[in-house]
Ligand binder design. Sequence first.
Ligand SMILES: Cc1cc2nc3c(=O)[nH]c(=O)nc-3n(C[C@H](O)[C@H](O)[C@H](O)COP(=O)(O)O)c2cc1C
Length: 192
Amino acid sequence: MDQIVDAVWARLHACANAGKERSPFTMLQAATIGLDGAPAVRTVVLRRAAREQRAVMFHTDVRSTKVAELRRDSRISLIGCDLDAGVQIRLYGVARLVEAPSETRAAWNASRPRTLIVYRTPLAPATPVASPAETHAAAHGEDLDPTDGFENFCLVEVTVSRIDYLDLNPAGHMRASLVFDEGKWRGTWIAP
Ligand SMILES: Cc1cc2nc3c(=O)[nH]c(=O)nc-3n(C[C@H](O)[C@H](O)[C@H](O)COP(=O)(O)O)c2cc1C
């Protein structure tokens, strides 16, 4: 079971995107509890994985719906899938919104400018617009200051407490439930 825990974190580390190649778990789907109580899910880019802290991290806009949802209920689940390997990893945890400039500055500075455009628009995510062009114009003003939009940027750090690992190996399917308990990951096999 320790090997499964090692394998899960190794995959998450390998897939955390630092502006390099994409790999199967670079894009994860993140599920929150919607403000109306219904499930809410969206794709995010895995930016960092840190086994020691049991943490995974993604970037987002403080004005987005998911942030409002996480402020109300910090529980979150993330899922990713490697189609070639037939492996699914599902993470459960609690999100911390990291908004202090002292904590977000390094991530902002390390991000490719192209990925920061979304934070520069004065239009908050989900604002109704007459056409998509309206948002393009708003985000591409001239003579941008490199710090423009920084106030809208935040990190979401998820502390993972449970992992559901599924391997659809042709030789035999395997599913493990890994729970962090008393300082240690404890795993049990469960039926797929
Ligand atoms: C490939 C891809 C990657 C994305 N990565 C992120 C991301 O890292 N962070 C983010 O906030 N939104 C990301 N999005 C947009 C979200 O999926 C979502 O549409 C947006 O954040 C609004 O979500 P919300 O209304 O639930 O807050 C990505 C979308 C796609 C298609």
